[in-house]
Write a protein of this length. Structure first.
Length: 224
């Protein structure tokens, strides 16, 4: 198996080319100080005052000025069978990844990012948007939610499961991307989810970033 381009003992902030709020960028770097960019996300990082330690992608978006400035930090992967987010995520070895610039822009880019997130759930990646944070659910996950928190589930594959701590429990529901979803449920307190298969994305408010990250890291550390 090829050696990953990035190997970090700390969390990695991965910035792509979509919309990024400065407050979210700073919050991500505080939790994950190793900065990596997916292609044109490098220009966005530079505009926000930070130099990525690696840039990964097919380099069809990175500016010439960015390429010259970053030099050997640029790692071009020319194939067109995967997105820059996928190229970057599969080449990062780290305790977790916080993804920025992947939500809130073009819908086709956003859908592609969510598909990668679902497929690469073992990467321990949480995407940060203006209103939400999103992660691929481990088979068993516990979140320290507060009563009244919005809590949504979206399946990228057929999946069923069980829950505690949700106003509308999910037991007995057959979720599927072209059938049943779980939009706008609510937490009654801490939430525990168990799924029979991979493929579910969890969407919680942006204010619960630390809760989502703790849940993902803890669950996958247990091998679930």
């Amino acid at each position: 198996m090829p050696k990953p381009i990035v190997q970090s003992q700390t969390g990695v902030t991965l910035i792509a080319g979509g919309p990024v709020l400065a407050r979210d960028f700073r919050a991500a770097l505080a939790l994950a100080p190793y900065l990596v960019a997916a292609d044109g996300g490098a220009d966005r990082a530079l505009a926000l005052g930070e130099i990525p330690r690696a840039v990964i992608g097919d380099m069809d978006s990175l500016s010439d000025a960015g390429r010259r400035l970053l030099g050997a930090a640029v790692h071009e992967i020319a194939e067109q069978d995967s997105t820059d987010f996928d190229k970057a995520l599969r080449n990062i070895q780290a305790p977790f990844v916080l993804g920025l610039g992947l939500l809130g822009g073009r819908v086709d880019h956003e859908l592609a990012a969510l598909s990668v997130l679902a497929r690469r759930r073992l990467a321990r990646c949480v995407l940060i948007g203006r209103e939400d944070v999103i992660f691929a659910a481990p088979r068993v996950v516990e979140l320290a939610m507060q009563a009244g928190d919005r809590f949504s589930l979206f399946p990228f594959a057929p999946v069923s499961g069980r829950s505690t701590g949700l106003e509308w429990p999910i037991a007995g529901i057959d979720f599927a991307p072209n059938a049943r979803g779980g939009t706008s449920n609510r937490s009654t307190g801490p939430v525990r989810l168990e799924f029979d298969a991979p493929g579910m994305l969890v969407v919680v408010p942006r204010a619960r970033l630390a809760v989502a990250l703790a849940a993902v890291v803890s669950a996958l550390a247990w091998g679930v």
